[in-house]
Ligand binder design. Structure first.
Ligand SMILES: [Zn+2]
Length: 189
């Protein structure tokens, strides 16, 4: 599939409006786990319920309340498809495996922010983030993507969060287009 939108990745210093990961004050990103690491038999049901809650929480993206409704709808649809593909397509999940993280986990960690009015959203960029950053900025152009392309973009950005660099700025890394094509090919999108 031909991706219609341009994609951008910025070095941390240039990631305008992108606060450091986890700095948005929205609380812990990881599912709640027992502090002791030892679940007594009486606690088994309690921990099972916690695990189920964590799974349900991760089934929906962490979206900034400031996201425009139309952008939020596109995100929800694309996130559902992205989460499914990283879980059921072995080659898609393997893209994350080399960074020691599960694709669904990387997606669940991501905080989606509105890029409305941000300089990073110029030139029809659909979304951007920086390597290792927990936040992905969704630009107005994201709403114009079809669901599969939008899902590929979410996986593309989640790979950056996991540690995948891009050229530019990293020499010898894959280009933005190459990464998106890799995602579309491996994730059947
Ligand atoms: Zn990229």
């Amino acid at each position: 599939m031909v991706a219609l939108a341009a994609f951008a990745i910025l070095t941390p210093a240039l990631a305008l409006g992108l606060p450091p990961g986890g700095a948005d004050g929205r609380g812990p990103l990881a599912p709640i786990e027992g502090a002791s690491g030892r679940a007594l038999p009486d606690d088994a049901l309690f921990f099972l319920r916690l695990a189920a809650d964590a799974r349900r929480a991760a089934a929906k993206p962490h979206a900034d309340e400031a996201l425009a409704p139309v952008l939020k709808v596109r995100l929800l649809e694309a996130y559902h498809v992205a989460r499914q593909q990283v879980s059921v397509e072995p080659r898609c999940g393997a893209l994350f495996g080399r960074f020691g993280v599960a694709g669904a986990e990387s997606l669940a960690r991501t905080r989606y922010r509105s890029g409305e009015g941000l300089a990073g959203c110029i030139r029809q960029a659909a979304a951007y983030t920086c390597v290792g950053c927990l936040q992905t900025v969704l630009c107005p152009a994201f709403t114009n993507l079809d669901t599969e392309t939008a899902a590929a973009i979410l996986i593309h950005e989640a790979l950056h969060q996991a540690g995948l660099p891009e050229r530019p700025p990293t020499p010898d890394a894959m280009s933005s287009l190459e990464i998106t094509r890799m995602v579309e090919s491996n994730c059947a999108l």
